[in-house]
Design a protein around this ligand. Structure first.
Ligand SMILES: *Cc1c(COP(=O)(O)O)cnc(C)c1O
Length: 295
């Protein structure tokens, strides 16, 4: 299901089509809901009985995974990094994870994540529960395929010259690019990095786009573009301008733009349109983030 909303940006004199994937209908929505539904198919088809994954204390991915596991009676271990006291107090994704029944393990250092996930995998194997190892962010082929499939569902009346999307692990952007290639829609896909510098982000997206195209026999035709001008200092960092955009988002557009993902991408899009005086059909793929916004 794809929901569209048109907005008018008077400062830019531009109409923009918003793809409201923040309203994706299951697992709390957003791109992590869409990815986990696709990954979940592989989990169920192959009779896995447990899932081990990782993320931060407000991880959309861990929230969607925990809800999926609860719904399907799978064991779930979340290896979380960040402040445990905050996790126990905060609302948003943290609250949903706490209520999901998932087994939650905290690590102090990012370097401890891998070994802790490996241990959790072993524990499940030891008790005869076949565990599924899930990379942070739902970054795997099935997660990317969710977006190839989503693009196939786009209404053919929606014209796209430029498509903007937040870029973290890059599987959403790469999946959209692969989907557009499959559909033979030669537009510009512009990722706004939320964490990585341009070179590293473009490498990640490009490699994953290649992998998706190879795996699903798609002819590559999109250039990889990721911008890092709007990082505001890095992951989860923001400045006054981004804070204001986020605070005003409900009033201005009727949807939430969080400061970690969708707000950053939206601000990047606005500034890019302004800087390059972009004309044509502009689409913003809203990836979600309502629970970060509400935390
Ligand atoms: C994870 C996330 C992203 C980034 O998606 P990737 O596929 O990792 O690039 C963007 N927006 C929201 C709301 C997210 O949770």
């Amino acid at each position: 299901m794809i929901i569209y909303q048109k907005i008018y940006q008077s400062q830019l004199n531009q109409n923009i089509t918003i793809i409201r994937d923040d309203l994706y209908p299951s697992l709390g929505g957003g791109n992590k809901g869409r990815k986990i539904d696709s990954i979940g198919q592989e989990i169920l088809d192959n009779s896995y009985k447990a899932v081990v994954t990782t993320g931060g204390i407000q991880s959309n991915h861990c929230r969607a995974t925990a809800v999926f596991c609860a719904q399907h009676h799978l064991q779930c271990t979340l290896v979380l990094h960040g402040d445990k006291d905050k996790f126990l107090k905060e609302s948003g994704n943290a609250k949903i994870m706490r209520m999901s029944g998932a087994n939650i393990i905290f690590v102090d250092q990012p370097i401890d994540i891998g070994p802790t996930m490996d241990q959790a995998m072993c524990k499940y194997k030891d008790i005869g529960l076949k565990p599924y190892y899930l990379w942070g962010g739902g970054h795997n082929l099935q997660g990317g395929k969710a977006y190839i499939d989503a693009v196939q569902q786009l209404n053919s009346e929606v014209l796209i010259d430029y498509l903007f999307v937040a870029c973290g692990t890059g599987s959403t952007q790469a999946g959209i690019m692969a989907g557009l290639s499959q559909k033979n829609m030669p537009c510009k896909v512009i990722g706004i990095s939320v964490a990585r510098n341009q070179q590293s982000a473009q490498e990640h997206v490009s490699n994953f786009y290649n992998k998706l195209c190879e795996s699903f026999s798609i002819q590559r035709q999109h250039e990889t573009i990721v911008l890092d001008d709007y990082l505001c200092g890095g992951y989860e960092q923001y400045n006054d301008e981004l804070k204001k955009l986020s605070d005003d988002s409900i009033r201005d557009y009727g949807f939430a733009l969080d400061t970690t993902y969708s707000g950053k991408a939206f601000l990047g899009m606005q500034q890019y349109i302004f800087k390059h005086n972009l004309q044509g059909n502009i689409v913003f793929w809203h990836t979600g983030g309502i629970f970060n916004f509400l935390a």
